[in-house]
Design a protein. Structure first.
Length: 179
């Protein structure tokens, strides 16, 4: 016959087990909550808005409307690292003394970088010879399904040129923002 448990032994076991459950639950809640935050993080971000970046000043743009290539520099943060690096490039041109126009350099056909060629009076894609006018419109027999992707641009603070930079999906007739 097994020995009888001492009086109050069941209470001690109950207290030990209750403490173990409480401590284990508290310790398990921290990684569970961190996982939920990481899982829901993309919902917090607004990927379609693009990055508003200062690109240049009006003084650096020719008055004749010739497009000039500028890199888009942004601060990227991941985990513990923070880096300032180029994330793309834009062509910016002066349309009027108080208005500018900006284009993403990515060809909407296959994603190659277009080049401005003054002798052709427009942009040319070296991958498939698509030609775009200075205003970004398709010219000739371009295989591109749409015009160059124009980006919202504005002039602030007495001559700073700001562009909302964004990449778009290539090979599509409609302009679809990449996330």
């Amino acid at each position: 016959m097994p020995p009888e448990p001492p009086p109050g032994g069941d209470r001690r076991d109950f207290v030990k087990k209750s403490c173990a459950v409480c401590i284990g639950g508290a310790l398990g809640a921290v990684p569970a909550l961190a996982g939920v935050v990481v899982f829901l993080d993309p919902l917090r971000r607004n990927a379609d808005a693009g990055l508003l970046a200062q690109i240049t000043t009006l003084d650096s743009l020719p008055d004749d409307g010739t497009p000039v290539l500028f890199p888009v520099i942004a601060t990227r943060t991941d985990a513990w690292n923070k880096a300032v690096a180029p994330i793309g490039a834009v062509y910016v041109r002066r349309v009027r003394p108080d208005q500018v126009q900006a284009f993403n350099i990515t060809c909407p056909h296959a994603g190659c970088a277009v080049e401005f060629q003054a002798e052709k009076e427009g942009f040319i894609c070296p991958c498939h010879n698509s030609l775009f006018s200075v205003s970004g419109k398709r010219s000739g027999d371009s295989p591109a399904a749409r015009d160059l992707d124009e980006l919202p641009a504005e002039i602030r603070n007495h001559g700073e040129v700001w562009v909302r930079f964004q990449n778009f999906k290539t090979g599509k007739a409609e302009k679809i923002a990449q996330s």
